[in-house]
Design a protein around this ligand. Sequence first.
Ligand code: SF4
Length: 284
Amino acid sequence: MYTKEGIPFYDHTLAAVEYAAKKRMLVGIATNGDDLTRDKTRALRKSGLLSMTLSLHTETKKGLDHLIKGGRMAAEEGIIPTIQVVATSQTADSLPGIAAYTVENGILISATVVQEKGVNFSAVPTGESLVPSLEQLTTAYRGLRGLKKFGLVRNNRNFLSRSDEYFPNRWKCDPEKDHFIHIGAGGTIDVCQEVRTNLTFDDISGLKDPEWRKQKEALVEECNCLYQCYFEASNPDIKGDLTTIGVALLIRNGGAGLVRKWGQFAADRVKRLEPDIDWTLSLN
Ligand code: SF4
C-alpha cells in the first residue's frame, strides 16, 4: 500500500511517528493490523510509538483473532494495544464476549456506539437506525465497567456510566470550550473530524479569535453525537483511569505476559460477578 505521493504506507507511518515522538508528542496509530510483522512492530516501537488501536471491522472470529495476533505482538514489543469495537444493534450483544476474550489476551478494549451523521467515521444512515437499543447498551457497558475496575478498558468511567443520559447519541460538545480540536488535511482547524471549518491557523490569531468562536458556535448549534473521544476529552476521569495507566505502564515496560495473566483473572472475576451477562464469544 502506498500514499498518494507513492511512498510505501508503512515507511510514511514510521517517519511520521519518529517526527512526532521527537517533538515530544505521545504518538498512537490506528490500524487494521493487516501489514504488521514482528520486525515492523519493533521498528515502530523504536521510532517512539506509544499505542496502537486495532479496529474491528469484520465481526468474525477470524477477524478478531487477526487483531488479537497483532495486539499481542504489539504488547510484547512494549506498544500499548487496544481493540476498538463499534457497537451497532446487530453487534452490541456480542460486545461482552469480545471484551472478555480481548482482555484475556492481555489487550485493552474500547467500545463506542455507531454514529449516523454520515461522514468520515460515521455510517451513512440508510433505512432503519443501526444504533443499539438502550437495553443492549446498558448491558454491554455494565460488563465493560466491571473490566474497567481492573484497568483493561480504554473508555473512561464517565462514558461507560453516562452514555444512557444521551441516548441515542444526543450529546453536544461545549462550543465555548476547546477541549479538543481536529486538524484536517490541508491544515484546517475543525471542531471535530465530522464538523469542519474552512479556517487554518493562517486565518486566525488563535483560539480566542472571534471568527473561530463564531463558526464553532454556529456549527455546534445544530449538532449532536456521542463520539467517545470527544465526550471523554470533555468529561475526563483521571482517578478512574489510574488503573488503566498502571496496566499501560506495565505493557510499556515489558510486562505483556503479566498483563495477560491479569486479564484472565479479571475476566474470570467479572464473569462471576455479572452472571446474567452473556459473556460467550458468539462470533462465527
Ligand atoms: S456535537 Fe461537537 S463533537 Fe459532536 S459531532 Fe457535533 S461538533 Fe462534533
